[in-house]
Design a protein around this ligand. Sequence first.
Ligand code: C2E
Ligand code: CA
Ligand code: CA
Ligand code: CA
Length: 278
Amino acid sequence: TAKRRHAGIAFAQETGGEPAHEQLSLIGDMRRALAAGEFTLAYQPKLALGSGRIVAVEALLRWQHPERGSIAPARFIPFAEQTGFIREITPWVLESAVRQAAAWHAAGLDIAVSANLSTLDLLDPHLGRRVRDLLEAHAVPARRLCLEITESALMDDPALAQAHLDELAGLGIKLSIDDYGVGQASLAYLKSLPVDELKLDRSFITAITESPRNAAIVESTIMLSHALGLTVVAEGVETPAELRWLREHGCDIAQGYGIGRPMTAAQFEHWLAEFALR
Ligand code: C2E
Ligand code: CA
Ligand code: CA
Ligand code: CA
């Protein structure tokens, strides 16, 4: 179908057009890697622009391969989604993220943890129960967990997505729309969903201070989002000028290399202690 062809094109781009045998060996390797503990999570800080405090982190998957070194998620998550292996990776991601949220909660740190979901995860009828069980098992307040979902994941089966989002929202966790602006979803549609947060795609933030068109899009999205009661996160914030612009235009939260790179949990704790002294 046209849809499949389209997915295939995106897939080839995201994987950097690796030769077929490379792709096959990566797929075979994922199962072993999960069992061998080669996957880890890196945590990237989210800065609240009003208070100047770090309020959350996004958990980003990393694969430390014994021979190939570090493999970026863009190179293996598309395979994991295509083969369905993401169904085994996501429970690991959620468990690790909730475990870390529990550790920070117990240490008295007021930091929420975001995890990323794929389309397949959102269609999983057991997702709600899995998340509820994890929060209970690790005694984590629901508001300490946020799940980031892309627009395209929602558009795949909007009715089912809505039902599952309602269930997740009912648990009290936060829900975030990731990569907002690159997909087809309208704010009017998103308004009908129980989401708390909207993450403006990096492509809008890049050159925000140079392109009046980007600036206009971001500015109006911030205003509309606030009218709908949504928190706005800018991702890919790299420069002080971008950060200043976002603060001046009422953006709620900023995330990007200009604030902090994705780090191990231990690195983040040190980074946070330094950040508080700035
Ligand atoms: P994303 O969810 O949009 O995550 C943001 C990506 O932008 C991350 O790349 C992050 O390292 C990168 N980034 C953050 N700040 C900046 C910046 O200032 N400049 C630039 N150029 N990049 C920045 P990463 O970690 O390589 O992840 C890529 C994508 O892989 C993620 O995009 C997400 O779609 C997916 N992904 C990562 N972890 C998971 C996971 O656990 N599960 C699933 N399903 N997908 C994941
Ligand atoms: Ca994300
Ligand atoms: Ca994103
Ligand atoms: Ca993205």
